[in-house]
Ligand binder design. Structure first.
Ligand code: BG6
Ligand code: MG
Length: 216
């Protein structure tokens, strides 16, 4: 179908609803540091690495920390986040996302993960989908986070596809920009206004089939 060979999926907020757990954990950290984090402000943290997210928040709260304290707060946030992750089950995959992944595989497309998270493998195991991926590019494998295209460029290379043969599925502004910068097609998963730069925006994977590739 069309020109596509590889499907590159973000994880948090695309396959599974962990975006809400990241938000809860960051908000708790901000509150501890004496300021708040709204759901709108959180939109700009989506897709961004843990260290960069903390820097954005410290700037917003006008808080200065030593490198040592930054590490400590990042670990604290991650421990809270992992408490949520440990309670996850396969039922927590977003509606239709696993069926869509399986349909991609069955139709012969390569399937790769392109996530900024260093916890991605743990989450894929928790929801029992690791076996569906031909390649996993996560936060442990990249030196430049989204919106840099490196995450998806490595995904394209790992699945032996040219960027123009790849479609990126993303819920974050940073991730859509990464896909565009990498020369790939982009499908936004979420709000069309927020993700206006994507080639196509879907609200989720329910009732979405491989016909969307015909547009590319
Ligand atoms: C991205 C999330 O997938 O991963 C971000 O959208 C998160 O919110 C980033 O900060 C890094 O995740 P982690 O699990 O390594 O802290
Ligand atoms: Mg995401």
């Amino acid at each position: 179908m069309g020109n596509i060979k590889s499907c590159l999926f973000d994880l948090d907020g695309v396959i599974v609803d962990t975006a809400k757990y990241h938000y809860k954990a960051w908000k708790r950290l901000c509150n501890e540091l004496g300021f708040d984090l709204t759901i709108d402000e959180n939109e700009n943290l989506k897709g961004i690495s843990r260290a960069e997210s903390l820097d954005i928040l410290l700037k917003k709260g006008n808080v200065r920390l030593s490198d040592e304290k930054r590490e400590m707060y990042m670990e604290r946030k991650n421990n809270w986040y992992l408490e949520y992750v440990e309670q996850m089950s396969p039922g927590e995959a977003l509606p239709g996302s696993l069926d869509f992944l399986k349909a991609c595989k069955d139709a012969g497309y390569k399937v790769a993960l392109g996530s900024s998270s260093k916890n991605a493998l743990r989450i894929l195991e928790k929801i029992d989908v690791l076996h569906l991926f031909d390649a996993v590019i996560d936060g442990t494998k990249v030196s430049k986070g989204k919106p840099d295209p490196q995450t998806f460029t490595l995904g394209a290379e790992a699945t032996k596809a040219h960027p123009s043969e790849c479609v990126v599925f993303e819920d974050s502004i940073a991730g859509i920009e990464a896909g565009i910068a990498g020369g790939m097609y982009t499908v936004g998963v979420g709000d069309p206004e927020t993700l206006e730069r994507a080639n196509l925006v879907i609200s989720g994977f329910e009732n979405v089939g491989l016909e969307i590739f015909e547009k590319f």
